[in-house]
Design a binder for this molecule. Structure first.
Ligand SMILES: Nc1nc2c(ncn2[C@@H]2O[C@H](COP(=O)(O)OP(=O)(O)O[C@H]3O[C@H](CO)[C@@H](O)[C@H](O)[C@@H]3O)[C@@H](O)[C@H]2O)c(=O)[nH]1
Ligand SMILES: [Mg+2]
Length: 204
C-alpha cells in the first residue's frame, strides 16, 4: 500500500489500497476499493487513474473584430491516434503547477500568445476523461485586443513551439464541422461563445 485518499465522501465507496504503477512525467495509480451497488451488493473493484494534475484554458475573443485567438502546436498523443499531422488547434492552456487556476491561466496565456489578460470570465470546469484521467480543467473566456497580441511561442526550453492563430469566429465554428478543430475544450468554449457567450447575437 502506498497512500490512501482522504476519508470517503461517499458511503458506497471504501478505498482499501492505492499502488503507484508509474511515476514519471505523470503518475499512474491502481486503486482497489469496495463499492456498494444499487441493489445493496458489495463488490471489490480496481481502477487505474492517470494523474497529470489539473489545468486551465481560456477562449480569447475580440468582439469588435469578430475573431478568436487560438494556438497551434504538435501534439504527439493526437498524432499517434490518427490525426493527419498532429498540428493541433486549441485554446491557450496549461497545467496549474502550484498556482490557482486564475493565476495559472494568466501566466500560460502570456507565455503562449503574448496576451496580457485583463477581465477574465469563469465559464465552467470540466472533467476531460472521467473514466481514466483525474484532470479537472478550469475553463475561462476573456476579451483580447489584437494590438496586444505578442510573439507567444511557449517555453522553448520545455520543447514548446506554439503558433498563434487568429480566426474569424464563424470560420472557427465551421472548422469544428470539417474536423480541423477537434479539441474538446476548444469545441466546448466555441459553442458556449455562440450559445451564451460573446457571439450569441452574431448573425452567422
Ligand atoms: N519531457 C516531456 N515533456 C512533456 C511531456 N508531456 C508534456 N510535456 C511538456 O510539458 C508541456 C506542458 O505545457 P502546458 O502548457 O503546461 O500544458 P499543456 O500540455 O498545454 O496542457 C493543457 O492542455 C491540455 C490539452 O488540452 C490539457 O489536458 C491540460 O489540462 C492543459 O490545459 C508541454 O507543452 C510539453 O512541452 C512528457 O511526457 N515529457
Ligand atoms: Mg499549453
Amino acid at each position: 500500500m502506498t497512500s490512501l485518499p482522504s476519508p470517503s465522501r461517499n458511503p458506497r465507496v471504501r478505498v482499501t489500497d492505492v499502488e503507484v504503477l508509474s511515476s514519471a512525467w505523470y503518475v499512474l495509480r491502481r486503486t482497489t476499493f469496495d463499492y456498494r451497488h444499487g441493489d445493496g451488493r458489495w463488490s471489490t473493484e480496481q481502477r487505474e487513474t492517470y494523474d497529470r494534475g489539473n489545468g486551465a484554458t481560456v477562449l480569447l475573443y475580440d468582439p469588435a473584430g469578430g475573431t478568436v485567438l487560438l494556438t497551434r502546436q504538435f501534439r504527439y498523443p493526437v498524432y499517434v491516434n490518427d490525426h493527419p499531422d498532429g498540428m493541433f488547434l486549441e485554446t491557450a492552456a496549461g497545467l496549474l503547477d502550484a498556482d490557482d487556476a486564475e493565476t495559472a491561466i494568466r501566466r500560460e496565456v502570456q507565455e503562449e500568445t503574448g496576451v496580457r489578460l485583463g477581465e477574465l470570465e469563469h465559464v465552467f470546469d470540466v472533467y476531460t476523461s472521467p473514466g481514466s484521467v483525474t484532470e479537472r480543467l478550469h475553463c475561462y473566456a476573456a476579451p483580447y485586443d489584437p494590438a496586444d497580441r505578442g510573439e507567444g511561442g511557449g517555453i522553448a526550453e520545455e520543447g514548446e513551439d506554439i503558433e498563434v492563430v487568429e480566426l474569424r469566429f464563424a470560420e472557427a465554428l465551421k472548422m469544428i464541422e470539417t474536423g480541423e478543430i477537434a479539441d474538446a475544450k476548444t469545441i466546448m468554449l466555441l459553442q458556449w461563445a455562440a450559445l451564451r457567450g460573446p457571439f450569441r447575437d452574431a448573425a452567422d
